[in-house]
Design a binder for this molecule. Sequence first.
Ligand SMILES: N[C@@H](CCC(=O)N[C@@H](CS)C(=O)NCC(=O)O)C(=O)O
Length: 223
Amino acid sequence: MSDQGRPEYLLYCFAQSGNAYKAALMLETLSVQRGRQLWAPRFVDYFNGETRTPEYRAINVMGEVPVLEFEGQRLSQSGVILETLAARLGAYGPRDEAERAEALRWLLFDNHKFTSYTATYRFMRAFAKNPDPAVLEFFLKRCEGAWSVLNTQLAGRAFVLGDHATIVDFSLAGYVFFDDEIGVHWRKEYPHIHAWTECIRALPGWKHPYDLMPGHPLPKQAG
Ligand SMILES: N[C@@H](CCC(=O)N[C@@H](CS)C(=O)NCC(=O)O)C(=O)O
């Protein structure tokens, strides 16, 4: 808690954002483990265009969620947020230099391929009106490539870097609990990803994104 009794971290987020979920879940598990609420959500009305407003661009020039606010600072990019939280809170960070390089390797893979393709595919499938089937098919193929890579890495490991959860797990887990909206059956098609999602679910404080961040369900569209 801050001196004013507010949680130390304010996370700009909304329920449908897997990128925000990465930080929200890390903060929530640490809140439960430490017996004090470390973070509070600040709802961003993405579906009504808030991230495109000049006011929001003044908060984050990239116009994206998540943003983490603490001690008068603001950070964006989930990978930077996770890495900063790990250093500040002394949890889920890499244990040595070799693991630091490995963590960065997986964070870059996640941001370039795993989350980015999965998030785009899920957005088109779950939220876009009349998505082009050829575009959907293109993104599904890219997703399948990325999902196969992670499935292979997870064979014989509870978590991505080994037997302990790290920021890499929170990063890669941004969208995996939206499996119904993605239309993927982890247990049947990617069994090691399925086993890993069970390990993440078992972390004390785990919640589904829709139960952790504000804004679900979306209001029904008029007309
Ligand atoms: N690489 C960024 C991706 C962030 C991102 O794409 N956020 C989405 C919500 S999940 C967003 O705010 N999109 C708004 C936009 O692109 O206009 C991160 O890891 O934080």
